[in-house]
Ligand binder design. Structure first.
Ligand code: URP
Ligand code: ZN
Length: 476
């Protein structure tokens, strides 16, 4: 199969993923994250360069340079690129720097947030950035959750003492994604802009996407393994519902309520509602004070009467065993770059839910087309990069343990899950980098990928272009 392209990987990133934009420390750098990608059959990753609202981050170009130097510091086992996360609607920057991002850096995608206090944009700010992106053939990616709903519900849950990790999902019921996808679709429709929803995790979100697609709007959606392999029950997997260890399963949007949601989402994988399948690898350690334990350490009531120095090793683990913390302070995100392809193989392809062709589209060809890398990437054709992965022809299923993985995270949400296949070889531009369970590539093998415009968003949408209904006149 063509090498996997994982278009949603957080590495070396300053992550501010709590409802108030609280940060956690990203556990993987380009060395460990790309090593994990290679071992899971992925040959290209697109990671994030993140603007903040600090004055020194006004320039998007400076942000990209800084993130690129993080990649160059260690090197990468697989090819890599960046999406730019934009959190300001600075007119000068958008006008002057977007063309340079596109033409000089080959960064043809930006990500915007409808949640997280430190990142989220208002509707008019969203329109500013989407409009600028559209004019530069840059694809807009949207994290679609209604931040105000989340914050309001979080406050109410806290007032009732419902703060354990298990309650994280109650602060983000499906309507949170439902409202935000609807709103972003309306904004995109208004200014005739293509958008891609990242990590769609609810049946409601998927239905909104499907309805927009049926109207002929250029709306695309990404989904991720956690929405097919975890449910709300996994948020109480460890010991008791109030146990802090359940923070290991916290990501946003949360896993769906039940396996019947999985079945509905599998339909979206098969019928094209979902364009791409990425990991949203967002790694936090459980044994690190700036990883998941922030959920206890940042929560004053949990820390009342505790000694200040209880921040490392066994003492930290002991604290986590005793305290439930509060989900508000737990960084959102779970690891998954290595398990992405084997999980889709096991859960969908091997079970006949999707065809081999669809598998390749979701994991490689469509991300290449969507993010301007096709046909260099995402295809087995003369002239394409020889990026491949080989599933085993006959394979004895096994149960995963975290020690088998190559990331720098001390757990996997899929501990104990049975896998019915795993890559025997991963090949990057003709060079074997993973063979028979061993990394055989070098951390300098990966190269930066300069991307072009999206192939999926070229041309105006077929939907209504009447200037009395939508602002098509903007482009005249
Ligand atoms: N998805 C998630 O829980 N973490 C990644 C950061 C984000 O929310 O975009
Ligand atoms: Zn996100």
């Amino acid at each position: 199969m063509p090498g996997g392209i994982d278009a949603h990987v957080h590495l070396c990133q300053d992550l501010e993923t709590g409802p108030l934009g609280l940060g956690g420390e990203c556990a993987d750098n380009f060395e460990t994250g790309s090593r994990s990608a290679a071992a899971g059959g992925t040959t290209t990753i697109i990671t994030f360069a993140t603007q903040t609202r600090k004055e020194e981050d006004r320039s998007l170009l400076k942000v990209v340079e800084a993130y690129n130097s993080r990649a160059e510091e260690t090197g990468s086992y697989v090819d890599y690129g960046f999406h730019i996360i934009i959190v300001q609607n600075d007119a000068d920057i958008l006008e002057n720097e977007m063309p340079i991002l596109m033409n000089d850096w080959g960064i043809s995608s930006c990500k915007l947030f409808l949640t997280y206090k430190t990142q989220c944009l208002t509707d008019s700010q969203l329109l500013d950035v989407m409009f600028a992106a559209r004019k530069n053939a840059i694809t807009t990616m949207i994290h679609a959750e209604n931040g105000d709903m989340i914050e309001w519900l979080t406050d109410k849950l806290e007032q009732k003492g419902m703060v354990a990790p298990f309650y994280h999902a109650l602060s983000r019921p499906p309507i949170v994604e439902g409202e935000a996808t609807n709103r972003a679709i309306a904004l995109a429709q208004l200014i005739q802009s293509p958008i891609l929803f990242v990590h769609v995790g609810s049946v409601l979100g998927a239905a909104n996407v499907r309805r927009a697609q049926t109207m002929g709007l250029p709306i695309y959606a990404e989904t991720c393994p956690q929405y097919f392999h975890l449910t709300w029950d996994d948020l109480k997997r460890f010991h008791s519902p109030t146990c802090f260890e359940n923070s290991k399963m916290i990501c946003s949007p949360p896993p769906p309520l039940s396996v019947s949601d999985h079945e509905d989402l599998f339909v979206g994988l098969a019928n094209g509602t979902f364009t791409i399948y990425s990991s949203d690898h967002c790694p936090f350690r459980y044994d690190h004070p700036h990883g998941k334990p922030s959920g206890v350490l940042e929560h004053e009531p949990s820390m009342e009467g505790e000694l200040e120095h209880q921040h490392e090793g066994k003492e930290l683990q002991d604290l986590l065993r005793r305290k439930q913390g509060a989900f508000r302070f737990i960084p959102n995100g779970i690891p998954g770059v290595e398990t992405r392809l084997p999980l889709l193989y096991t859960g969908a392809l091997a079970k006949g839910r999707i065809s081999p062709q669809r598998f390749v589209e979701l994991t490689s060809t469509n991300p290449a087309k969507l993010y301007g890398m096709y046909p260099r990437k995402g295809a087995l054709m003369p002239g394409s990069d020889a990026d491949l992965w080989y599933p085993e022809e006959t394979f004895r299923p096994f149960h995963l343990t975290n020690s088998m993985l190559h990331h720098n995270v001390d757990y996997t949400p899929y501990e104990g899950t049975e896998f019915s296949n795993w890559p025997r070889y991963t090949i990057l531009r003709g060079k074997i980098i993973w063979a028979n369970g061993e990394i055989v590539g070098k951390v300098q093998d990966g190269k930066y990928v300069k991307r072009g415009p999206s192939l999926l968003s070229q041309g105006l949408p077929r939907a209504d272009r009447d200037p009395r209904r939508v602002a098509s006149w903007l482009y005249e």
